[in-house]
Design a protein around this ligand. Structure first.
Ligand code: C2E
Ligand code: CA
Ligand code: CA
Length: 723
């Protein structure tokens, strides 16, 4: 509120006149009215007293010796802070010229002599009230200016009646306009790019058309140095009629705020390698999309996509190459998406107050070689399938990394909202299950989530949980399958094969739970148990008086890669006081492709302890003869599939024959796996194979059965039948 009533005793009035009588009358009148009064009897005295007492009003005579009233007036006006102090001229001169002159010198008003008591008092009150109002306004303005400066907030207003833009000092500072003058609307818009200009205009127009009370808009502009900055614009509308309104607005420079926010968002929501949105981003986005879809009763498709055999590429070509590959893959997927906004975070997904909302498709990297696509608002399932096919096609062209041409395929699983899940977590989980199913069905394909997959993944989940406790609950066992030496007709070696006796489900085969144990990170714990158990049983047989046998354990890639594996084997042998020659490890070919250096070091370490090393499943993997010389193998196991085929198929027969010959040349023991029938055994005997292992002689049996087997030697009769 501005002051309307004033209190006379709050004001000090300076009365200046060389005529004592007039001074006296004026003082008397004003003091009676309650004002405080001081006097000066000439110009010099007046100026001194003015600057000393800072009166609120000056009553000034014009005609005085030496320094006259005009001079006093201009000198007072020249003083700092005196601009608003009213000066009232007392004049007997009623000619217009002198009054004009006084105005020009800075006088505020005049009163004629001789002074009339009533008029003097009332005129003084009026003038003081006006000056008080002015002063208050001025104070407010400067306070506002300070506040704007401190807050870096500029203000402006626009009235349709005068079509004038009024702007504050800070407004001009923010937009680089000079302090003096008022820029017009088109000058302000000059700093905007064409798109931003029309966008902002449109937003204002919409607000006006809708008779909105207010709006907030953020937009870019270029400062005078040509640098791009950002402004937040808030405006309020006061409508008087349809096309008759006032807009009051503020502008705030949010360049830095935006930059910091962007940087934080980038770090929190994007993957540094591919620059794609990360899992956090995707989850936020999906949650938001589900909410929107619920409101609009629309559909969503979540597609999880996992590269096939990526670990193998990664391990054989190195992580740097793997990274490059992932970047390439992400680029190709983006291209297939056909929509550059598909990696843009919708602000509404993380900020409930955000005004912009994203409705496009989104591509994100979940982790490692796993990506995810959210399809928003597709019309029919065919659209989803088309997109997947497009992605698969894009991916399938060879990619060159480190001078290697790599072909990448992927497996994908899709879950649909609302049928396959009502929330983001379920949708992601089910898409993931569908992807795993696609993988298990032979890769390079996609699957929609179904009840069959649901059942499988539930089963898997329950088995996974059980596996965690299997070791602790003593549900794991080792069974042993003898290897028969065809030259000596003795059994001096045995393969340990793990078994899981599930309390409800019965025996579960290692092919099922070993990969699971690797995935769940249980393989090391399991491997350790297995090593101990194999050594313990071997020692037990030594003590039971059967001829010493060598026990082979199977090592998976992950186990071989754990640091300190050599040391672990050494200390376990020590612990059971077993000589290293009584232990053998079997590894498969695909291990050799991965992380070759480490594998070689580990195998050499084991060899130098005196532990033997067998190459398992020979012929099934990426058989490369160079492995046989590069790695310190002591024996080779021909895969069962060749043995089965060798009696029916000439080509397999010649392969088996060649492998046996090769082993002889390389001085490797050769073992035939999976011998089930007499013909196979005959064939192997004729080719002078060293060892056979298979159901023909014995399946894998528990330790007690094995001791019996060793004591009864049934293989001798079986061999004699052949002779
Ligand atoms: P593998 O090392 O090639 O083991 C041979 C598999 O063939 C065993 O299956 C064995 O029971 C089976 N087998 C032996 N003789 C015959 C035969 O005459 N005919 C047929 N049809 N099969 C025969 P199992 O025990 O189910 O093991 C499967 C695979 O699981 C193993 O293949 C091995 O890779 C893995 N595995 C088994 N035990 C372990 C273990 O303790 N640790 C690790 N890491 N892997 C293991
Ligand atoms: Ca084996
Ligand atoms: Ca094998």
């Amino acid at each position: 509120m501005l002051p309307i009533n004033i209190n006379n005793k709050d004001f000090l009035i300076l009365v200046v006149d060389d005529d004592d009588a007039i001074r006296f009358v004026a003082q008397d009148t004003l003091q009676d009215a309650g004002f405080n009064v001081i006097e000066a009897n000439d110009g010099r005295d007046a100026i001194q007293k003015f600057s000393r007492y800072q009166p609120d009003l000056v009553l000034l005579d014009l005609i005085m010796p030496e320094i006259d009233g005009y001079e006093v007036c201009s000198r007072i006006r020249a003083m700092q802070g005196s601009e608003t102090v009213p000066i009232m001229i007392m004049t007997g001169l009623d000619d217009a010229e002198s009054i004009n002159k006084a105005f020009e010198a800075g006088a505020t008003d005049f009163i004629t002599k001789p002074l009339n008591h009533l008029i003097l008092e009332q005129r003084t009150r009026y003038i003081l009230r006006t000056s008080t109002v002015l002063k208050t306004l001025e104070q407010r303005e400067s306070r506002l200016e300070n506040a704007e400066r401190i807050a870096k907030l500029g203000s402006w207003s626009w009235d349709t009646r005068d079509r004038q833009l009024y702007v504050s000092k800070e407004f001009k500072r923010i937009l680089d306009f000079p302090d003096e003058g008022n820029p017009n609307l088109s000058q302000v818009y000059e700093n905007f790019s064409k798109e931003e200009k029309s966008r902002v205009r449109q937003i204002y127009q919409n607000a006006i058309d809708n008779k909105d009370k207010s709006l907030v808009v953020e937009h870019g502009f270029f400062d005078k140095q040509g640098l791009h900055r950002r402004l937040r614009h808030e405006a309020e509308f006061e409508f008087r009629g349809d096309q008759d309104y006032i807009i009051n607005g503020t502008i705030l420079d949010i360049t830095e705020e935006t930059y910091n926010k962007d940087k934080i968002l980038q770090l929190a929501y994007y993957d540094t390698l591919t620059s794609l949105p990360n899992r956090t981003f995707f989850k936020a986005h999906l949650e938001y999309a589900v909410k929107r879809a619920k409101e609009k009763a629309s559909c969503l498709a979540v597609m999880v996509l996992d590269l096939d055999l990526f670990t193998r590429v990664n391990n054989s070509l190195g992580h740097e190459a793997g990274d490059k590959l992932l970047v390439k893959v992400s680029e190709r997927m983006l291209e297939a998406m056909d929509d550059p906004s598909s990696i843009k975070l919708s602000p509404a997904a993380i900020d409930p107050h955000a005004t912009e909302e994203g409705t496009g498709n989104v591509l994100a990297r979940l982790e490692g070689d796993q990506f995810v696509i959210l399809l928003n608002n597709f019309r029919k399932l065919d659209d989803v399938i088309l997109l997947i096919q497009k992605v698969f096609k894009r991916l399938s062209a060879p990619i060159t990394v480190k001078a290697n041409s790599v072909v990448i395929t992927a497996s994908a699983g899709i879950a649909l909202y609302p049928v396959n899940g009502a929330n983001s977590e379920t949708l992601l989980r089910n898409a993931d299950a569908a992807m795993l199913f696609a993988k298990s069905q032979g890769r390079n394909s996609f699957r929609f989530y179904s009840s069959e997959i649901d059942a499988r993944s539930k089963e898997r989940l329950s088995v996974e949980n059980d596996l965690r406790n299997a070791i602790r609950n003593g549900e794991l066992e080792l069974h042993f399958q003898p290897k028969i030496n065809l030259h000596t007709r003795e059994v001096r070696s045995v393969e340990a094969l793990i078994r899981w006796r599930h309390p409800e489900k019965g025996m579960i085969s290692p092919g099922q739970f070993i990969p699971m144990a690797e995935e769940l990170g249980l393989i090391n714990e399991m491997g350790e148990w297995l090593l101990h158990e194999a050594c313990r049983k071997t020692k037990l047989w030594n003590q039971a008086g059967i001829p010493p046998v060598r026990t082979a354990i199977n090592l998976s890639a992950l186990q071989l890669k754990t640091s300190g594996i050599v040391e672990k084997v050494r200390s376990t042998l020590d612990h059971h006081s077993l000589i290293p020659a009584q232990l053998e490890v079997e590894i498969t070919e695909n291990i050799l492709m991965e992380d070759t250096h480490r594998t070689l070091r580990a195998l050499e370490g084991l060899r130098s302890l005196g532990v033997r090393v067998a190459l398992d499943d020979f012929g099934t993997g990426y058989s490369s003869l160079s492995y046989l010389t590069r790695f310190p193998f002591t024996s080779l196991k021909i895969d069962r599939c060749f043995i089965t085929e060798c009696v029916r198929n000439a080509q397999s027969a010649s392969i088996v024959h060649t492998i046996i010959q090769l082993c002889k040349n390389l001085n490797l023991e050769v073992v035939a796996e999976g011998v089930e029938i007499e013909e196979e055994l005959r064939f192997l005997l004729e080719r002078r194979c060293d060892f056979v292992q298979g159901f023909y002689f014995s399946p894998a049996v528990d330790s007690d059965t094995f001791i019996n087997y060793m004591n009864q030697k049934p293989w001798i009769d079986q061999m004699e039948d052949l002779d």
